[in-house]
Design a protein around this ligand. Structure first.
Ligand code: F6P
Length: 353
């Protein structure tokens, strides 16, 4: 087995609260195991450009609770080329980096697969507010984004209550409705619109009218950004069809910053520590996943296929090479995830009449 001299660590793609906590865990876990750590700044771009500096145990002081990423982030097109990937591997070798931990979303993991293919063992840690990685129950940053959104919407609710208004609130999440669904439930929204489940607009309008007739004064509707401009459309038709004065808010990047919650700090620390343990034990091309409370490694390529299956993006032949058992396991995970989403959505409906 390789005796690791140093490992590299980078953050890539959209930042997420808890990335710093994960970086700290990776760095300290490696140093405690006698391995040096090199911080790769600005994601894969910094790797290609050799923007790399050593990280010490004390360099990690005071970052656990900070949002953003002290390593900075980037979305790098050049790394998508074979030439870029070869250059990245050369830079790793020149810096005595024997393995890399990449912290980010699915784009970051695709980069990890490419780096492993160039002979640099790589491990992924899922960090994105979107919670849109099917292999893990939760991604780092999701809980914070949900809690920040709740705080914002609670404020909107106060002013809606005073003036008997509705507020349509669009939240981030890319194509995934997880943030919208969790926020919607936690704020007691009268309606939640996400891409994964067909939205019954007529039913929402009726609900608002009935609620108004029974004395309700605030009407919060949470819409996932994956539905495009649907939130603006809703904000237009609600006053026309129900007579309820309506405002519109897009929370956008404001929920991507800020201090990570306890849950995200825990998840980041557990995943960071486990990632180093796996890497030093000779595992590579795996991603850390939280499944039923346990942190487990899953093959990245398998995890990416599973993700594509969940998002219904699989193309003909993409599962060639996988056993029937693997495919059945992927299907079971997707079915479980879909059922959980549906269950939450139906529960939200029961709570919002
Ligand atoms: O993936 C995180 C995320 O914040 C998504 O929720 C959102 O769709 C996207 O990134 C925004 O990207 P950008 O940072 O390029 O505006």
């Amino acid at each position: 087995m390789t005796k690791f001299r140093k490992i590299g660590v980078l953050t890539s793609g959209g930042d997420a609260p808890g990335m710093n906590a994960a970086l700290r865990a990776v760095t300290r876990s490696a140093i405690e195991r006698g391995v040096g750590v090199m911080g790769i700044y600005r994601g894969y771009r910094g790797l290609i450009e050799n923007d790399i500096r050593p990280l010490g145990y004390r360099d990690m002081s005071g970052i656990l609770h900070e949002g953003g990423t002290i390593l900075y982030s980037d979305r790098c097109q050049e790394f998508r080329t074979l030439e870029g990937q070869k250059r990245a591997a050369e830079i790793c070798r020149a810096n005595d980096i024997d393995g890399v931990v990449v912290i980010g979303g699915d784009g970051t993991f695709r980069g990890g697969v490419d780096l492993t293919a160039q002979g640099i063992p790589t491990i992924g840690i899922p960090a994105t507010i979107d919670n849109d990685i099917a292999s893990t129950d939760f991604t780092i940053g999701f809980d914070t984004a949900v809690n920040t959104s709740i705080e914002m919407v609670d404020r909107l609710r106060d002013t809606c209550e005073s003036l008997a208004r509705s507020n349509v609130v669009e939240v981030m999440g890319r194509d995934a409705g997880d943030i919208a669904l969790h926020v919607g439930i936690a704020v007691g929204a009268i309606g939640i619109a996400i891409k994964e489940i067909p939205f019954d607009e007529e039913a929402l309008l009726k609900k608002i009218i009935n609620a108004k007739n029974s004395g309700k004064r605030n009407y919060i509707i949470i819409v996932s950004e994956g539905l495009g401009n649907y939130s603006e459309h809703l904000a237009e038709i609600i006053p026309e069809k129900t007579g309820v004065d309506t405002r519109f808010a897009r929370l956008a990047h404001v929920v991507r910053g800020g201090r990570p919650t306890a849950r995200d700090r825990m998840l980041a620390t557990r995943m960071g520590d486990k990632a180093v343990e796996c890497l030093l034990n000779g595992e590579s091309n795996v991603v850390m996943c939280e499944r039923n409370g346990e942190i487990i490694p899953m093959d990245i390529t398998y995890a990416l296929k599973l993700d594509r299956m969940y998002k219904k993006k699989l193309k003909e032949g993409e599962l060639n090479g996988y056993s029937l058992r693997d495919i059945e396991e992927m299907r079971a995970i997707c079915a479980e995830k879909t059922a959980r989403l549906r269950e939450l959505y139906d529960m939200a409906e029961r709570m919002s009449k």
